[in-house]
Design a protein around this ligand. Structure first.
Ligand SMILES: [Zn+2]
Length: 409
């Protein structure tokens, strides 16, 4: 059906662009490596029989017309930028698989009503400017001139980097697609976790993309001499923090999909023989159900306040960001499930904890995602790996899904 060897060869060839000494791949947006990768991908798109264009933010778009020229298009896509020393599969697989689907459809002379597009989105990861999903925001019409003011670590603004790359940032508004011209968006991506591997499954159907809530807890107490201050006379903010952190973990375990991470912690003044005066830590809280996330957040905040009151320390909560989760469309999920069955794979549903370009299409078009098993759940790492067979299976599911969506009214 699809050509697994061709898919794999292209994936490996793309993975050589930006290869680092440690075996990882580094391809930041608007760099020489990215340009080279886009050139290769546009060659593949042409080989697959698509017309290719690059829009003003650098999205590479391949298009295959359907029988009805003006029908809304079915979009596939992912990104070809990476994190520093990232893997060969994150993003790249979705783009190469989309191209393979179109090429296989052409070879089988598969008839379809709707046009099909494969998009390699600009800068999904946000590694260079600390601001990601530039291309998908452009297409959704939510990218603003202000966003292009973000700078990389050398002080270069996105707008300048775009110009350097031959793009014209004054045209970003033209990149936006009219939602009426889009039927659905489907992305194949590696899972980046271990859920599929633990269940011994090659691929899965994504139910939604969890939105992160980031907040900072700042607890202030009283510094004191570690030797001279009796335990019952302390106002130790770090001990309060540790109680709160344990509660956060326990609470997160009460929900099937909720994940809570404390990734940063700082203690002041930071002496081995000084009771801290201040402890701060961050919380990253995610679920695909915004009400569950909200409920958990409220419980955690209430508990934190209670602990701090009891210990006589002060607490402040600072919201850093509250990104809404994005549920996948029921129509697209059902189409993917049917496609799994057609390929002899029992459909299994799971949420995406990581963010993806499809999030930007929340109010734009129905979205769906297919996950492919990641070996040991490793991602954003040179050791990132998915087998040739699993990539092939995921692509076959994508094939069936796109044929259905592009054929049905
Ligand atoms: Zn990705």
């Amino acid at each position: 059906m699809i050509n697994q060897e061709r898919l794999w060869t292209r994936l490996m060839d793309l993975g050589r662009i930006g290869k680092q000494e440690d075996g990882g791949v580094t391809r930041f947006s608007f760099t020489e490596e990215e340009r080279e990768a886009k050139k290769l991908v546009s060659t593949y798109m042409r080989e697959a029989g698509m017309t290719v264009r690059e829009d003003a933010v650098g999205n590479l778009i391949g298009r295959k017309e359907g029988k009805q020229k003006d029908a809304p298009a079915v979009l596939m896509g992912s990104h070809i930028d990476t994190v520093p020393s990232g893997g060969m599969f994150d993003g790249a697989l979705g783009v190469i698989a989309g191209i393979e689907v179109v090429q296989a459809m052409n070879e089988r002379n598969e008839q379809h009503e709707h046009p099909i597009e494969v998009i390699a989105f600009t800068d999904e990861e946000g590694s260079r400017f600390g601001f990601g999903m530039i291309g998908s925001q452009g297409i959704a019409g939510t990218l603003t001139d202000k966003d292009l003011e973000y700078r990389d670590d050398k002080g270069m603004r996105i707008a300048e980097a775009m110009k350097e790359s031959g793009l014209d940032p004054t045209f970003i508004a033209d990149v936006a697609k009219d939602p009426a011209t889009v039927k659905a968006y489907v992305e194949l991506h590696i899972e980046q976790g271990r859920v599929l591997e633990n269940r011994n499954l090659a691929a899965g159907v994504v139910t939604g993309i969890a939105g992160p809530l980031w907040m900072k807890f700042r607890i202030t107490g009283e510094a004191g001499h570690a030797g001279a201050t009796p335990m019952n006379m302390r106002k130790d903010p770090l001990m309060a923090a540790s109680e709160i952190m344990c509660f956060i973990e326990r609470e997160a375990n009460n929900y099937p999909n909720l994940v809570a991470t404390i990734g940063q912690i700082a203690v002041k003044p930071g002496g081995a023989n000084v009771i801290p005066s201040e402890a701060t830590f961050t919380l990253d809280l995610r679920d695909i159900d915004v009400e569950i996330r909200q409920q958990a957040e409220e419980k955690m905040v209430r508990f934190a306040q209670k602990v701090c009151d009891a210990r006589g320390v002060e607490i402040e909560f600072e919201l850093i960001q509250r990104v809404p989760p994005v549920p996948c469309s029921a129509l697209v999920q059902q189409t993917i499930e049917r496609s799994c069955r057609k390929r002899g794979i029992e459909p299994f549903s799971l949420p995406s904890g990581a963010g993806h370009d499809g999030m930007q299409f929340k109010d734009f078009c129905p979205i769906g995602m297919i996950f492919v098993r990641s070996q040991n759940g490793i991602s954003h790492n040179p050791a990132e790996w998915s087998s040739k067979e699993d990539c092939g299976k995921g692509t076959e599911i994508l094939y069936e899904t796109i044929v259905s969506l592009a054929s049905e009214a």
